[in-house]
Design a protein around this ligand. Structure first.
Ligand SMILES: [Zn+2]
Length: 210
């Protein structure tokens, strides 16, 4: 607002002083606003973040693990894109639609019509997608059991939130499962989980287009 008033042409030092005052005022107002609404902003950030499932431990100039080890075959690129959409919550499950629109959205799963359609529901629990889900989870579980202790897969799948984080980006669990640091293991898991995501997406699309 200060800039909207004309100031007398009294030399550079006063002009610079006015600009500094305006910047200080703007900065103070922003700090007060953020402080006042911190709780609400934090709550909204947690609820609406689209990056909660994505491991951000990647250096600038390095390809994110999500895009590594992908063949240039058309189908493999489609699988990677589907998974990228799921990871960044730009895949159209109903709960995401509801979070990002001012309009009222029915959050019931459009595929089974019985539960709220969250990522956990889509990836693990939708009754209409259980065949694709079980088939791929069995393959992932077999591989995990080969490289870890046999109860590791039980640990991963005991919690829906953890399981989805693992399926979408296994790098998220490197801290608790250090063997994932070995690139071939990580690449194989990413390959298997891409297949799971794509099979679910393909089946869901078929059902929705009937
Ligand atoms: Zn469903």
């Amino acid at each position: 607002m200060i800039f909207s008033y004309s100031t007398p042409p009294t030399g550079g030092s006063q002009k610079s002083h006015t600009i500094k005052c305006a910047e200080l005022l703007t900065s103070t107002v922003c700090k007060i606003a953020v402080f006042t609404h911190r709780k609400e902003l934090t709550s909204q950030a947690i609820r609406k973040t689209t990056l909660i499932n994505l491991s951000l431990k990647v250096s600038i100039g390095t390809l994110h693990a999500l895009w590594q080890n992908i063949n240039l075959a058309f189908i493999d690129i489609k699988k990677a894109i589907t998974k990228a959409k799921l990871i960044t919550k730009t895949y159209t499950v109903q709960i995401n639609n509801a979070n990002f629109t001012i309009y009222e959205v029915d959050i019931t799963c459009s595929v089974c019509g019985t539960h709220v359609e969250t990522l956990e529901h889509l990836i693990l629990h939708c009754p209409c997608l259980q065949r694709e889900c079980m088939y791929n989870l069995e393959k992932i579980g077999e591989f995990i059991t080969e490289i870890f202790y046999c109860n590791t897969w039980i640990y991963i799948t005991a919690n829906d939130f953890r399981a989805v984080k693992f399926i979408l980006d296994a790098s998220n669990l490197i801290n608790v499962l250090p063997a994932l640091k070995q690139t071939p293991n990580l690449h194989q898991i990413k390959h298997l989980t891409r297949n799971l995501c794509y099979d679910l997406h393909r089946r869901r699309t078929v059902i929705l287009s009937l």
